[in-house]
Design a protein around this ligand. Structure first.
Ligand code: AGP
Length: 601
């Protein structure tokens, strides 16, 4: 996600701002920029790519004591110099982290008023809204406060106004922003790492508050423009700890972000009505066959997607690994939609599969996290997940967000194809609303999963079994374990064990058995009893209280509509893998031999 830093004080601002921006690099970004006041003018310099590219354009000795800077993680519009922040309109210059959900309607009304936009960003629109309000109110604070009533969505804004060049303004809603105080002056920043080199004293800005900051003064206003007294906090810890928000690893931080990621992703396409899904997914109507093509965890989301789309929408779905698909004879035609799933949007095999389908004249759709990535740009249609920047190589929140998209697609297609009745749709929508809280609650059972991990982490092999959608989820649970703990693990269709694999089961061999599909639970329990009889240590993961004790450990999940259940099922598997790896002292965020994006064949 984007990074914001600003400074106003007695020192030259560029060195401080740039070092603060570099401290935010871990958040991931694709362009960077700075705005500062020099000789009573606001200067803006920005560049695509790394901060190093921006630094080449800067004079670090420029005589300026006030500035803002930004690293952009593209959400609206590709990664480019034009779309990089800061953006300016009339006397305002801003940097932004977040998503202004209603930016397109705001943009339309501003264009009618004669505003011309240079970029594709929601940020430039936000800047124009503030400038437009200022034209009428002639007061900066009143204009910023009025803007909080116009914007819908999330924002953290750093603001400079040409009519008040000694003051830095900041405001936020949902996206984090801190104000920090130091002997030389005051800062704003997306989070603590950016300012730790200069101070550990900071104020947490709350939603809809506005900060007015000069070299010697910080004034915070609430949504009614009353001055509020805020506690000055002291950050005790290292930069590394701050970047992880206090979590020991990025992977654990990202697992804990999943409730928000789920909400951000679902709310971007779904407002509570089937009409909103139709508005976003109607282009799917004409296809009667689907190929889902991806790699690794993204491939595993395709396996879940297949189960849901076939069950509810009765559309045949073929799921293939991209490295195979790109070379094989494909039996697609104009009725086929090829869906490419990719967190990075740069995976070479998936990109090659996309290009193959397109060269054969087949319609393609991408489900991608990184805005403006190659796969996103080249697909005929793109559905973005809103997972934010994912640092850990082992994907968790992006995987879950991809599951959320497949659930939404299955809901829409299932209802359209009469696989889901209106009464069932209401139950699904009710469960959709409950999910963020249920995700958080499921994560909060970490200690239970960690206790189980403490019992199995010394094993040399760990099996996962499941039927149907539970097999698809077992595949991801097994990959998570393998890639970060280096323990050999295999996922098997539960009914397949007796055809050979069961010979591998020894006394205390851990078998993680998933049974959340009520139509298959009894069958899976029979398979569990087969491995239990041979000495396996069974960890039973289900959403139904078992009537007998055929297991050694039980992980009981909330029971929600099956079209959504997978979103909860994966959470214990992520946390089990995390704790097993931690116990084995593995490099959890950067596992050996792995890259976050495999851009080679
Ligand atoms: C996920 O934990 C793995 N790191 C890996 O399998 C990954 O899912 C795969 O490389 C695909 O990456 P993509 O989603 O960026 O295309």
């Amino acid at each position: 996600m984007c990074g914001i830093i600003g400074y106003v004080g007695r020192d030259l601002c560029i060195p401080k701002i740039i070092s603060g921006l570099e401290a935010l690099e871990y958040r991931g970004y694709d362009s960077a920029g700075i705005a500062y006041v020099e000789n009573k003018k606001i200067k803006i310099i920005k560049e695509k790519g790394k901060i190093a590219n921006l630094k080449k354009l800067l004079d670090f000795n420029a005589n300026t004591n006030l500035g803002i800077a930004h690293t952009r993680w593209a959400t609206h519009g590709a990664a480019s110099k034009t779309n990089a922040h800061p953006h300016s309109v009339n006397s305002f210059t801003i940097v932004h982290n977040g998503i202004i959900e209603n930016y397109s309607e705001l943009k339309e009304s501003l264009i009618k008023k004669g505003y011309i936009f240079k970029s594709e960003t929601d940020t430039e629109v936000a800047c124009a809204v503030i400038a437009d309000l200022y034209k009428e109110k002639k007061d900066i604070l009143l204009s910023l406060n009025a803007a909080t009533k116009v914007f819908r969505g999330s924002y953290a804004l750093g603001i400079i106004c040409a009519d008040d060049k000694n003051t830095l303004y900041a405001m936020r809603n949902t996206s984090p922003l801190i104000v920090a105080t130091s002997p030389s002056g005051n800062f704003i920043a997306s989070d603590v790492p950016a300012i730790l080199k200069y101070t550990n004293k900071y104020i947490l800005l709350d939603d809809l508050e506005i900060a007015k900051i000069t070299a010697d003064n910080i004034t915070i206003y609430n949504k009614d423009l009353n001055i509020v007294k805020k506690e000055i906090k002291t950050f005790e810890g290292t930069f590394e700890a701050a970047a992880k928000n206090g979590y020991e690893h990025f992977m654990l931080k990202e697992i804990n972000e999943q409730d928000k990621v789920f909400s951000d992703t679902v709310n971007y396409y779904f407002d509570g009505s089937i009409a909103s899904l139709k508005k976003n997914f109607a282009f799917l109507d004409k296809f009667s066959k689907i190929d889902i093509v991806a790699c690794g965890s993204a491939y595993h989301t395709g396996l879940v997607g297949k189960c849901l789309i076939e069950k509810y929408a009765s559309i045949p779905v073929n799921v293939e690994v991209a490295s195979e698909y790109r070379y094989k004879k494909c039996f697609y035609d104009n009725d086929t939609l090829v869906i490419l799933v990719s967190q990075s949007g740069e995976t070479a095999d998936t990109l090659a599969a996309l290009r193959k389908a397109k060269s054969d004249g087949i319609t393609t759709m991408a489900i991608v996290n990184v805005v403006g990535s190659s796969i996103a740009r080249e697909a005929d249609h793109v559905i973005y997940i809103k997972a934010g920047c994912e640092i850990a190589v082992a994907t968790t929140k992006a995987y879950l967000a991809q599951l959320a998209i497949f659930s939404l697609l299955s809901i829409y297609l299932g209802y359209k194809n009469k696989g889901i009745k209106k009464s069932e749709l209401e139950k699904i929508f009710t469960d959709l609303k409950k999910l963020p809280k249920l995700i958080k609650n499921t994560i909060n059972y970490s200690e239970l999963y960690f206790d189980i991990a403490d019992k199995i982490y010394k094993n040399k092999q760990i099996f996962f079994i499941g039927r149907g959608i539970d097999y698809a989820l077992s595949m991801e649970g097994s990959l998570k374990l393998k890639e970060i703990s280096y323990i050999n693990s295999v996922a098997y269709q539960a009914g397949e064990l007796k055809h050979g694999t069961i010979s591998l089961i020894e006394k205390n061999t851990p078998v993680i058995a998933l049974a959340t599909d009520t139509e298959l639970i009894e069958k899976t329990i029979s398979n569990i009893k087969e491995v239990k009889a041979r000495g396996a240590y069974v960890i039973y993961v289900s959403n139904e209280e078992p009537r007998e004790k055929f297991y050694d450990e039980l992980i009981l999940l909330p029971c929600i509509h099956p079209i959504l259940e997978s979103i909860l099922t994966i959470i214990p598997l992520q946390l089990l893998a995390y704790k097993v790896a931690k116990n084995n002292k593995c490099d959890i965020d950067q596992p050996r031999n792995l890259a976050k994006s495999v851009t080679v064949e």
